[in-house]
Design a protein around this ligand. Structure first.
Ligand code: ATP
Ligand code: MG
Length: 436
């Protein structure tokens, strides 16, 4: 026998049992984003490699070791997008969105990073990203964060996430801080973990979020970024925090929060949870005032964030926050047994679909005995089966059989499993009473 072909490690099939949860999350997010005036944009999954090198930064984990980069048949270097901000800036710039007031955008889709797969960390994962352009004041930073807080409330997650926030200042402030940090860390070289030693030359700020305990202990006495913040950034940050206070969004200022991409300036933030083990960041972002220009556009401020869809789903599951009606259950299952019944079943199903657009009507296909069809009806999750036999066809009736103990239209929870034969003409009213 031929060997079976499996999915690539770290790239998941989202099975039918899971997809209703994804749809629920996506619908909720869409509703919240729309209520703040954001519009959806859809970008290609593949871009020129140069786009990510120039934006994310050459000496970042993503560009150095995580990108899926390949040559296409023309010899061009292409990359499966590892994140969406660079793509969104590229698209907005290319189509002139930045100057025609289409400045609040969101997108949703798969990203690719060659990381070590584990719970909450995959090689193909999904992000919902949000970007805004052209606004340099802290009001938009605040609005975005307030919007995420609203989303956590809508999803029932607000009590399980905390907001970490920091300002990275201007590139000049960062450069000054870097010098001080490198000077300090060079005196404690022997105590640093291997990765941090390497980063001392290439990307010293990244050492701040090393997970190594001994390195963190060294950092306890390191120069504090807050002391290096330039005045303008400090004012921006203070106003932002004031807006969050005024809107009841609590936060922790964390002056070691740096983020793994080079393009951030001023505000950076992460929503973290302790419910997912090491992969605790469910949403992260910040301000990137230099990025548009860095990608060849006219200097335009930007703020954005992205959330990890898989991590949010894991969180919703582990906290049991998925509403019970989020599933694939049918609403009506039609059973047809005997000569000429299948045609009637199809006709009936079409009538129901005409009348109730969102109803899940499943017509049994594939024949089989009454008993086996009823088994399938039960398994479908439908609260009610419609049964059509030869007698019913003759009488122009249908048997309505409740499959669950459900509240009647009057609201009494009495168990009513009696089946009734009704004229087809009366059926719509009866179905309506089941849906009430
Ligand atoms: P982490 O610190 O967990 O590696 P990151 O800083 O690399 O995250 P970002 O690039 O800011 O993450 O991406 C935004 C969000 O996307 C993250 O907060 C996380 O929820 C999600 N995410 C990032 N990488 C992965 C991955 N490999 N698998 C699943 N989700 C991911
Ligand atoms: Mg990462």
């Amino acid at each position: 026998m031929l060997a079976k072909i499996q999915a690539i490690r770290g790239m998941n099939d989202i099975l039918p049992e899971q997809t209703p949860k994804w749809q629920y999350l996506e619908d909720t997010v869409r509703r919240v984003l729309q209520s703040y005036g954001y519009s959806e944009i859809r970008m290609p999954i593949v871009e020129q490699t140069e786009l990510f090198k120039r934006s994310i930064g050459e000496v970042t984990d993503i560009v150095e070791k995580e990108m899926y980069t390949f040559e296409d048949r023309n010899g061009d270097s292409l990359t499966l997008r590892p994140e969406g901000t660079a793509c969104c800036v590229r698209a907005a710039e290319q189509h002139g969105l930045l100057f025609n007031q289409t400045q609040k955008l969101w997108y949703c889709g798969p990203m690719f990073r060659h990381e070590r797969p584990q719970k909450g960390r995959y090689r193909q994962f999904n992000q919902i990203g949000v970007e805004s352009f052209g606004m340099k004041g802290p009001d938009i930073d605040a609005e975005m964060i307030i919007m995420t807080a609203r989303l956590w409330k809508a999803l029932g997650l607000i009590d399980n996430v905390t907001l970490q926030i920091n300002s990275l200042g201007t590139s000049e402030a960062r450069a000054e801080y870097k010098t001080a940090l490198v000077a300090y860390l060079s005196d404690h070289l022997e105590a640093l973990d291997e990765d941090s030693k390497k980063r001392l030359d290439s990307n010293p700020l990244r050492i701040l979020d090393s997970k190594n305990e001994e390195t963190q202990r060294v950092l306890d006495n390191a120069p504090d970024f807050a002391d290096y913040l330039d005045l303008e950034s400090k004012e921006h940050f203070d106003t932002l925090l004031g807006l969050l206070d005024a809107n009841g969004v609590s936060y922790e200022v964390n002056s070691r929060l740096v983020r793994g991409l080079d393009y951030y300036s001023k505000t950076v933030f992460e929503w973290v949870t302790s419910d997912l083990g090491a992969q605790g960041t469910v949403c992260a972002g910040g301000r990137y005032d230099g990025l548009v220009e860095q990608l060849g556009g006219k200097s335009t401020p930007g703020v954005g964030f992205a959330m990890g869809v898989e991590r949010l789903i894991l969180m919703l599951e582990s906290l049991d926050k998925i509403p019970t009606d989020v599933n694939n259950a049918a609403d009506i299952f039609i059973v047809a047994v005997g000569e000429g019944t299948q045609i009637e079943a199809f006709k009936l199903a079409e009538i129901l679909r005409n009348e109730f657009l969102s109803l899940r009507v499943v017509t049994h296909c594939g024949g089989g005995s009454f008993k086996s069809q009823m088994k399938k009806a039960d398994k479908s999750g439908a609260p009610v089966a419609l049964i059509i036999g030869e007698n019913e066809v003759k009488n122009r009736t249908v048997v309505v059989k409740p499959l669950r103990d459900i509240a009647t239209a009057e609201g009494s929870p009495e168990a009513n499993r009696q089946q009734v034969e009704t004229p087809v003409a009366d059926l719509l009213d009866i179905i309506e009473s089941y849906l009430a």
